[in-house]
Write a protein that binds this ligand. Sequence first.
Ligand SMILES: Nc1ncnc2c1ncn2[C@@H]1O[C@H](COP(=O)(O)OP(=O)(O)OP(=O)(O)O)[C@@H](O)[C@H]1O
Ligand SMILES: [Mg+2]
Length: 178
Amino acid sequence: MAWVVWFTGLPGCGKTTIAQRVEAMLAKNGTSVKVLQLDEIRKAITPCPRYTDEEREIVYASLAYMAKLLSEAGVNVIVDATANRRRYRDFARSLIPKFGEVFIRAPLDVCVAREAKRKAAFSPKGIYKKAAMEGAAVPGVNVAYEEPLAPEIDVDTTALSAEQSARFIVNRIGELFA
Ligand SMILES: Nc1ncnc2c1ncn2[C@@H]1O[C@H](COP(=O)(O)OP(=O)(O)OP(=O)(O)O)[C@@H](O)[C@H]1O
Ligand SMILES: [Mg+2]
């Protein structure tokens, strides 16, 4: 049985940036991992996303189920997805024996600044600008972002660089799932 870790945190906090570094560090150690990136998977599940609560329920349940199937097949998984409600992550926890939440911690103002500056191709653009539009549902602004209450891995990205955060997470994964 392989493990699953769910990277959660506000839009722009650094989930994808750090997940990619964790994947590369683990590969160097000979540990393979599949990253499930919600922005990619959403294109298949909901090609015209509406970001409603009802839709998020389905999308996150699907993501949790994919992670469960992969872990049963012996594939370690990083889920890279905000999952703004605790219950979305709790549902994954209920399905997966070796599960951990990774809280990529950064305050909203830092996330807004990071999101405005980021350039990487994987990064969705203008999330916080869209928060001002009618009917917007941006976690942390228009809809609640429910922080993990007891994350297995808690990373303060205002104190650590992306590289240092990734190193910390790799070490904690080793401790948790050895
Ligand atoms: N300490 C840090 N840790 C992680 N990222 C950082 C840090 N400092 C600055 N950054 C920058 O913040 C940005 C984070 O963007 P990224 O796309 O990784 O966020 P995200 O959490 O995946 O957002 P989204 O939820 O929109 O997918 C990147 O441009 C990254 O270089
Ligand atoms: Mg991302």
